[in-house]
Ligand binder design. Structure first.
Ligand code: MCN
Length: 784
């Protein structure tokens, strides 16, 4: 491991692997999660789910459920219609979702009724007794069937089609002309399977109305302020009468961005029963109703010259969004940031288009380790480049080198409209190739091939796009994207920091303190970080899309500089000099060129509250809202080395090296932890995770027996390293990192397996690469 330390000798805490401030709380079992909330008189809610993927609801009989001791109420979709609460808007505005089914169910496990009882057990027992009379209908499971519009799934939409939206970007005609003229063209249908982030803690909430009618809502939310606004818009409760509190969260990974039907039901229950209501999902509810990602069928076509220079890229995608397009997509573009599909390469021309369809599957279009389509895009292009290399019998590293955006070309305008801020793709790949001993591995592979053994080396040199973002590109619920920071320094030189983001395990309590400590010369241990309470934190758009460091981190650095400017005037007063003669050297204020005449920030803080100097405003705090000028573009070079057992189809990942470049690193230990976590998820996606539906519309992976989570026993040993290419527009040069390992790694794994099987002529197998799939591909190739 090389957790590169980018700390200059003069840094106080930046770039240092400070231990996480939040960990003592978690390691001693003192985290405070939603399910830890206990309120007097609190009721428990359970949801009734449809066993059918597509059916008319003929009647719902509540009687038996209401007779269960302790049951207080049962609500159905019809009750919500009466209260005008039947529909939830989705974040992107292209669709809405039914809170509880009315008239018809559209996916297996759809929410049909909610039961409120004195105990969780009574609520769940009663939920099983709600008698729903269904008339089953044929389900439409494939988007390729859905697009024929033979059965229109959504009666509520006026357009009478299963087509949800079309998105495209780039030059359609120019791309086709360039492909027609290309010496070599490769094309492949690549599927990014439907999968689920499966955080350890499922979704849940506690809703309570106080004596003044104010809603206090504790919820597992990655974006508490957005929830507050959404709840206000859906329920009509004035926003000042709502307090959303997101306490400790046991993992989000995108699952906790959308507002789900269960939340609306819990609020309705608390309102009508005039007592607090708790709802905590079961594991199966989590895996069957909330937060699905991917389900993208991508036709990738790359044109090139014979020497490997790429000439054009075309990607045509069919997206399966299930019964409701519940995208938590934080962009006004339905396809999110899929436009980054040109990756790290200089495509002179490109065209990407996407059509999304409804099916009788659970609402899709959310995110897994967020990334909002960057994982799909990165997988498509990194697989595509390897398929091209195979066709040209070129080394995949050399093909990439030939086509990389060069270090001197930044800022680089991609063919699909992004302006990449900075990068060093070739330098990062070379570091990875050297560190793993690429030439030696290729020699070993040649020897093994001669012996009939299947060893593979897979490369992925991806470009990420994070930091949603610049308001000219992104909005949710009509809100332009930005984030916020507030810093209050106390008289004794300690302080409190608040942002509009919300950590779910990313370590913001540590890294936010480090940013401010560095800017102000204070001790990060004495800077308390608070997030997630809408009554105290400044309005922000939350933590997903690896946006916290690029946006809120930037806001924090700039707010700290505002505090420093204010402090400079107080320092000038203390040092009896003019403010313009005061400089900030080695984390102290000093009279220009006179190190002996200096004061610390701690001394200045005390003076700011006791003797700020004539004309200086007392106090030492600042708050700031920040709209960045651009996204940030982290990148990385990942290499997987695998051995494939041709007899069993088993893939052994022998080595995996990840070199990440996320600009200036705040805390290398946290970054490394993020990379380990994301790689483990990438490994799971590549080899074991999928939520498939059978032809009858049954979710085939509704629990952890079917939907597999790798432990440290299954996961490879991760080798990591970094390069540092600062973002030119971020105040401290940092880019995000949270999603990168998930964005970059699936293609490295699959490329490695395909490289191993290349002698058999196998060009592509769709993820997850289970033993059975790999074994079948080998058998079929041998039989051919
Ligand atoms: N960091 C750093 N130096 C950098 C970049 C980041 O030290 N140059 C630190 C940050 O300060 C922060 C952490 O790394 O403490 C992650 O930062 P960032 O990349 O900005 O990502 P976010 O904080 O916005 O987190 C979102 C990202 C996403 S999108 C998902 S999904 C995800 C993830 O992070 N979900 C997670 N990591 C997760 N980690 C845990 N434990 N749990 C989740 O649910």
């Amino acid at each position: 491991t090389d957790a590169t330390n980018n700390a200059g000798p003069q840094t106080l805490t930046m770039g240092k692997g400070m231990k996480r401030k939040e960990d003592p709380r978690f390691l001693t079992g003192n985290g405070n999660y939603v399910d830890d909330m206990r309120l007097p008189g609190m009721l428990y809610m359970a949801i009734v789910h449809s066993p059918y993927p597509h059916a008319n609801i003929k009647s719902i009989d509540k009687e038996a459920a209401l007779a269960v001791p302790g049951v207080k109420a049962v609500i159905t979709g019809e009750d919500l219609v009466a209260a005008s609460l039947a529909w939830l808007p989705t974040f992107h505005g292209f669709d809405k979702q039914m809170v509880l089914a009315v008239g018809k169910v559209l996916f297996q496990h759809q929410e049909v009724a909610a039961v409120f009882a004195e105990t969780r057990e009574a609520a769940r027992d009663a939920a099983e007794l709600v008698d729903v009379d269904y008339e089953p209908l044929d389900p439409v499971i494939s988007p390729f069937d859905s697009m024929k519009d033979e059965v229109i799934l959504r009666d509520d939409r006026e357009d009478r089609t299963n087509h949800i939206y079309h998105w495209d970007s780039g030059d359609r005609d120019g791309t086709q002309a360039a492909l027609d003229d290309s010496e070599v063209v490769v094309t492949e249908r690549i599927y990014a399977p439907r999968c689920h982030p499966a955080p350890l803690e499922p979704c849940g909430c506690v809703a309570q109305f106080d004596a003044m009618g104010r809603l206090h809502f504790w919820v597992t939310s990655q974006a508490p302020h957005v929830y507050r606004t959404a709840i206000s818009l859906v329920t009509g409760i004035p926003e000042d009468k709502i307090r959303v509190i997101s306490p400790d969260i046991g993992g989000g990974f995108g699952n906790k961005v959308p507002v789900y039907p269960g939340y609306v039901c819990a609020i309705v229950g608390a309102l009508i029963l005039k007592t607090p209501v708790k709802w905590i999902e079961t594991r199966t509810e989590n895996l069957t109703t909330t937060g699905f990602a991917r389900d993208y069928h991508m036709d990738v076509t790359i044109g090139a010259k014979k020497d490997g220079t790429v000439t054009a890229l075309k990607v045509k995608t069919v997206a399966d969004h299930g019964a409701f397009d519940a995208a938590a997509d934080p962009s006004k573009y339905p396809a999110g940031m899929f436009g980054v599909v040109t990756g790290s390469y200089q495509f002179p021309v490109a065209f990407a288009e996407l059509d999304a369809y409804f099916t009788n599957k659970a609402p899709g279009g959310v995110a897994y380790r967020c990334s909002f389509r960057v994982t799909e895009a990165s997988y498509a292009i990194e697989r595509g480049m390897d398929i091209l290399a195979q066709k040209l019998t070129m080394d995949p590293a050399e093909l990439r080198r030939k086509n990389f955006v060069r270090k001197d070309q930044f800022p680089y305008d991609s063919a699909l409209g992004f302006t990449y801020d900075s990068g060093d793709y070739e330098g990062t790949m070379d570091k990875a190739l050297n560190q793993i001993g690429y030439a030696e591995l290729r020699r070993e592979q040649a020897e093994k091939r001669a012996r009939g053994e299947y060893m593979g080396i897979g490369i992925s040199t991806f470009t990420e796009v994070v930091g949603a973002g610049p308001s000219k590109h992104f909005d949710i619920l009509g809100i332009k994207m930005f984030d916020s920071a507030e810093i209050r320094i106390h008289p004794t030189g300690t302080g409190i920091i608040r942002t509009g983001t919300k950590s779910q395990g990313q370590g913001h309590e540590t890294t936010w303190a480090q940013i401010v400590a560095e800017e102000l010369g204070l001790d990060p241990q004495n800077l308390l970080v608070e997030e997630g309470d809408t009554d105290t934190a400044p309005y922000g758009l939350g933590t997903y899309a690896s946006r916290s460091t690029p946006v809120a981190g930037a806001a924090l650095a700039l707010a700290a500089r505002r505090v420093r400017e204010k402090a400079r005037k107080v320092a000038a007063h203390l040092l009896e000099a003019a403010p313009e003669d005061i400089e900030w050297v080695e984390h102290r204020f000093q009279v220009m060129g006179v190190p002996s005449r200096s004061v610390t920030m701690k001394e200045v803080a005390f003076a700011a509250y006791t003797n700020p100097g004539e004309g200086n405003e007392p106090g030492l705090e600042a708050s700031l809202y920040y709209d960045p000028p651009n996204m940030t573009f982290p990148h990385g070079a990942y290499i997987a080395v695998v051995d494939v057992d041709a007899e069993t189809g088993e893939v052994k990942v022998r080595r995996f090296l990840a070199i990440d470049d996320c600009g200036t690193v705040i805390n290398p230990m946290i970054v490394e932890g993020q990379v380990h976590g994301g790689l483990t998820e990438g490994f799971a996606i590549a080899f074991m995770q999928e939520i498939p539906y059978d032809e009858q519309g049954n979710n085939m992976a509704p629990n952890f027996m079917e939907y597999l989570i790798p432990t440290s026993v299954e996961a490879p040993v991760w080798e990591t390293g970094s390069t540092v290419t600062p973002s030119p527009h971020h105040p401290i040069g940092a880019k995000g990192v949270g999603e990168s390992p998930n964005v970059g790694s699936p293609a490295a794994f699959v490329n490695a397996v395909m490289d191993a099987l290349a002698p058999l002529g196998v060009t592509h197998i769709d993820m997850p690469l289970t033993r059975e799939k790999v074994w079948r591909a080998i058998r079929n190739a041998e039989a051919a």
